[in-house]
Design a binder for this molecule. Structure first.
Ligand SMILES: [Zn+2]
Length: 503
């Protein structure tokens, strides 16, 4: 038995003006063939695939296709898409005949002229290999699941958790679904429901004590634990994509029981629809959030969701930084900014020397602002580390040459060359700073940061600042989305059976 594995991972935010290019993938870490199997054996979904298959009694041979990852950012260029497609199918050709394909996809990648990159890749793969070779794909919980994806794949397996702390396990679940088809002869029967609703990310914490996200996660986990169910998932799509077929989705795949698939899929979709208002977050103004942080003794985390680099925002917003500079902080106030030109400028300045820096409004001039700052160069470093927690398990990250700037009121600005997890404790520690000892940390993340900060923070505020990943996205100009779509539109009546697809 021979099984091919591969990965295409990028989340697109079409509000971000910075295009995603081939260079972004090449920089992040492409690997192919045996090297993929060797290097990714404990990393993210690929690691889950590999470890799971190595435990099968059948001991299948694992053929590495290609790993194509890039950090979340703007729409991919057409050239980038064509290159990804050719990389992927060259790897498929090179692997030759296999018994099945197991793919780790994100599910929310958009390219110029191709609003559904993963759907296009899956469709082409299906066309090439015919109807009988199983294709199982894993997807992020923020995937925009399309009819094309559902039609092309035998099973779609989604993350159950936000923060995404179950990535490796999702890989294992994907491999297990494939094993049941290949070894036990299960016959996948899928129900898919597209819900005409898109919700903000702040209240999607499935690990909280209570709430809609907790309840929906419990439902899909319990469902998937039934032996007749191959996969059950709910995908509240990432909300910053101006594309057709946009909306949240529920997918349930059973072993040959279409009635159960349909009944459970529509019931979960109905609950999501009825309770959608619960996803609406409470936001605090920049001024209030920073003032609250000043009044607190312990660590305060300010979530700058609108500039969340995990949501594909550019990462050079300085709206909150500008406010932090107005106060004196008893311990460190930590802020991150993506600004390659500032890193270059600082390369020629001696550590400990004070210099004038212009920060912000370069990568995103529409929503961003620029500030002038007199700061000393505290440290230069390479932002390279292994990340475990939200979004990654043993995931290598390299944000390039970086610099720590220190303002005399205890504000530290960590400036990186490239975007990345601008909330991760590993980033701050690589910069020589301990985030849990700080007065305030700006997390450029709407919700995922909670996986590590929740238990250390005395207070957390979701801040309403301008940016490319705004929480009130429905107030922005979207022209390609299907209408009506909540919360752009009020929808009086909707029933899940209206948008149910079965196969
Ligand atoms: Zn996600």
């Amino acid at each position: 038995m021979r099984i091919a594995i591969g990965q295409l991972w990028q989340e697109t935010n079409t509000l971000n003006p910075l295009a995603t290019t081939r260079a972004d993938f090449e920089q992040f870490g492409i690997c192919r063939g045996d090297e993929l199997v060797e290097r990714m054996a404990n990393v993210n979904e690929l690691g889950g695939f590999i470890q799971s298959m190595r435990s099968w009694a059948e001991r299948p041979e694992i053929a590495g296709l290609v790993r194509l990852p890039a950090w979340p950012s703007g729409t991919a260029t057409w050239e980038c898409f064509e290159w990804l497609r050719s990389e992927f199918f060259e790897a498929v050709d090179a692997a030759g005949s296999v018994d099945a394909y197991l793919l780790a996809l994100h599910g929310a990648m958009v390219a110029e002229r191709c609003p559904d990159v993963e759907g296009a890749i899956l469709e082409e793969l299906r066309k090439r290999v015919g109807p009988d070779v199983p294709i199982v794909a894993t997807l992020d919980l923020h995937a925009n699941i399309t009819r094309e994806m559902v039609n092309a794949a035998d099973v779609l397996v989604m993350y159950h958790s936000m923060p995404h702390i179950d990535i490796f396990e999702t890989g294992q679940r994907g491999a297990e679904a494939l094993r049941r088809i290949l070894v036990e002869g299960d016959k996948p029967s899928t129900a898919y429901c597209k819900i005409p609703a898109v919700v903000p990310a702040e209240n999607s914490n499935t690990e909280a004590d209570a709430g809609i996200a907790v309840d929906l996660k419990r439902r899909v986990v319990e469902l998937e634990a039934q032996s007749i169910v191959l996969s059950a998932g709910i995908a509240p799509v990432q909300p910053w994509m101006d594309i057709p077929q946009f909306g949240s989705s529920v997918v349930v795949t059973t072993n040959n029981d279409s009635r159960l698939a349909q009944a459970t899929c529509t019931a979960i979709a109905e609950e999501f629809w009825q309770r959608r208002q619960e996803y609406m977050p409470t936001l605090v103004s920049v001024e209030d959030a920073v003032r609250f942080a000043q009044e607190e003794n312990g660590l305060v985390v300010l979530s700058d969701a609108a500039d969340a680099t995990t949501s594909g925002a550019p990462g050079d917003s300085v709206w909150i930084l500008a406010e932090l500079l107005k106060y004196r902080w008893p311990r460190a106030a930590l802020v991150t900014v993506v600004a390659p030109e500032v890193v270059s400028q600082c390369e020629s300045v001696a550590v400990g020397t004070s210099t004038n820096i212009r920060l912000g409004g370069v990568r995103d001039s529409r929503f961003g602002t620029t500030i002038e700052l007199k700061a000393s160069i505290e440290r230069r470093f390479d932002a390279r580390f292994i990340m475990t927690g939200h979004i990654g398990k043993n995931m290598p990250i390299d944000m390039g040459r970086s610099v720590v700037l220190r303002h005399d009121n205890n504000v530290f600005v960590i400036v990186t060359t490239r975007s990345g997890p601008h909330f991760a404790p590993e980033l701050f520690r690589t910069a020589g700073l301990e985030p849990f000892d700080a007065s305030v940390v700006i997390a450029k993340s709407p919700c995922g940061f909670r996986a590590v900060y929740e238990r250390h923070a005395s207070a957390i505020y979701s801040v309403k600042a301008p940016g490319c990943a705004p929480s009130d996205f429905w107030n922005y100009d979207f022209t390609k989305i299907p209408r009506p779509l909540w919360p752009w539109d009020e929808i009086e009546r909707w029933t899940p059976t209206e948008s149910l697809m079965q196969k």
